[in-house]
Design a protein around this ligand. Structure first.
Ligand SMILES: [Zn+2]
Length: 270
């Protein structure tokens, strides 16, 4: 059984401040080590639960956070940017038994530690077919497009509530409780690893189904500022809805994510 792990940093226990998510400080160096350790705990649980192969996808920021020298010896690492499938790179490489999402966070516009969807500076809210969504939904839909079910999701309690509504059969591991956007009650690192390892083990035998999103996907983006919408409307296929809202249609979740990631990269040019 092969398991793909998509890893982010905002939902890691001990992480609650933007400084911890951006390279250039000692706080970031601590956070990336905590991220690597939580991933390792999930790898251990997956192996104990019967996984024969585990790949880990670095999915935060520049996609170069995980410390390969401290990564579990049995895991392979996907890192580096840009990548066509972004946080879901590798999902098209052979047959997977399931996807784990580690260190994930709640959606833009909602409660939870460091809540955002793809790009907190540009996207105030993303809706798919009318419902606000987070990265867990978009990436789960990409996995579903390839027939792969989400087996495990970890992050704070706000993510847990959102994810339970989308993936009711998945194992959900809560490693911290949000006290606000930049504050939380964290489990100790060793306890977070313990619950992740146990959750990953349990996740291996769960009966889960791939998330299927009806085609086409109607995607609306509320932008943080009107100039973001000015920029996004330049991309063919993206239509202006209001001064701070644009929309587009995508045939499938992969194409929706490719457009969203492209818009996010465009926003970085401003
Ligand atoms: Zn992130």
């Amino acid at each position: 059984m092969r398991i793909l792990i998509s890893a982010d940093i905002e939902g890691i226990s001990g992480v609650c401040a933007p400084e911890q998510t951006v390279p250039g400080s000692g706080e970031y160096e601590r956070a990336r080590r905590l991220m690597t350790q939580e991933v390792n705990a999930a790898v251990e649980g997956a192996l104990e639960g019967g996984a024969s192969e585990v790949w880990v996808v670095d999915g935060h920021g520049r996609y170069r956070n995980l410390l390969i020298e401290e990564l579990h010896e049995r895991a392979c690492l996907i890192s580096g940017k840009p990548r066509l499938l972004g946080m879901m790179s590798g999902i098209d490489c052979g047959t997977w038994h399931g996807l784990f999402m580690i260190g994930y966070h709640s959606r833009a516009g909602a409660a939870g530690v460091l809540a955002h969807t793809i790009n907190g500076s540009a996207f105030a809210e993303i809706r798919v077919n009318g419902s606000p969504v987070g990265e867990y939904f978009l990436n789960g839909a990409v996995a579903g497009f390839f027939g792969v079910p989400v087996r495990l999701i970890s992050g704070d309690d706000c993510l847990a509530d959102e994810a339970a509504a989308v993936f009711p059969s998945a194992e959900i591991v809560t490693v911290k409780e949000a006290l606000g956007n930049r504050a939380a009650v964290h489990l100790s690192a060793s306890m977070a690893h313990q619950v992740l390892r146990e959750g990953a083990y349990q996740a291996m035998s769960r009966a889960v189904e791939p998330l299927v999103v009806p085609s086409p996907l109607h995607v609306q983006i509320d932008t943080v500022r009107a100039f973001h919408a000015d920029l996004f409307a330049m991309l063919p296929g993206v239509e202006r809805v209001s001064p701070v809202c644009v929309e587009f249609e995508a045939e499938n979740p992969v194409l929706a994510c490719r457009t969203l990631n492209s818009l996010s990269a465009m926003a970085a040019s401003l």
